[in-house]
Write a protein that binds this ligand. Sequence first.
Ligand code: ADP
Ligand code: MG
Length: 256
Amino acid sequence: MTALSSETSELAQGEPLVVLDHVDKWFGDLHVLQDINLTIKRGEVVVVIGPSGSGKSTLCRAINRLESINKGSITLDGKKLPEEGKALAQLRAEVGMVFQSFNLFAHKTILENVMLGPTKVRKHKKADAEKKARELLDRVGVGQQAAKYPAQLSGGQQQRVAIARSLAMEPKVMLFDEPTSALDPEMIKEVLDVMVDLAHQGMTMIVVTHEMGFARTAADRVIFMADGAIVEENTPEEFFTNPKSERAKDFLGKIL
Ligand code: ADP
Ligand code: MG
C-alpha cells in the first residue's frame, strides 16, 4: 500500500502519543468529563464505547481542542495542547477526525476535497498533493470517483473519502466518532474494512463505535464510559465476554 505503513513503522511503536492527565470538563453544571486519565500509545487502537450522553464525543473533541477543558492537561506526542493560535492549528493538523456526518465540501470534487488540506494548510505543491490524493482514494477504494461531487457518491463512499481526506494530512492519530452510525447497513462493512486496514498498518486510532466486530478484530483496548467517567477498560475479548461493572453489563445487555 502507500507510504503510511512505512512512515508509521519507522517511529517507535508503543511510546505514549496521546496523554490525558486528570481531565475535567463541565458544560455549566454538567460534569461531562470526570477526571479522565488515559494514555494512548503509538500504534494502539482504542475503542470507546458507552451509552449516549456519556461524553464520548466530548472526549474526542477535547483531544483536538474543538472543545476546551477546565482542568488537567492533554499532550500530543509530548507537546501540551495549546489554548489557541497558530500553535493550536499546527497541533490540530496532527489529529485526523472522522465524524458520523461526512462533512465533505459539496461544491468541490472528491479529488479537490482530499487535496484541500495538504495544499492550503500544509502548503504542499499541487502536483504532489494530487498524486498523494489519488493514491489515498485508490487505497480506500474510490479512485474511480475522483472527478465526481460528494452528492453523487453513496454514504459509504463519502465516508471513505472523508477518511482519505484526513489521511492526506498525515496525522499522528486518527479519531473516529461513530463513523458508521449514519450509514445504511450494507455500507457499514466497506467503511470498517478501511479502518481495519488502517489499524493493521500501525495507525494510532481512537474509535467511538458500538461495532463489536471492529473492536474484536482491530482494537487493542476497549474503554467503557458512563456519565463522563471511564468506568472500565480491558481487552475486547475480556470486555465483551466478561464485563466487570454493572454499568457495562447493563449496557452490553442492551446492545448485544
Ligand atoms: P456521547 O458522545 O457519549 O453521546 P457527548 O459527549 O455528545 O456524549 O455528550 C455528553 C453530555 O454533554 C450530554 O449530556 C450532552 O447533552 C452534553 N453536551 C454535549 N455538548 C454540549 C454543549 N455544547 N453544551 C452543553 N451540553 C453539551
Ligand atoms: Mg457522541
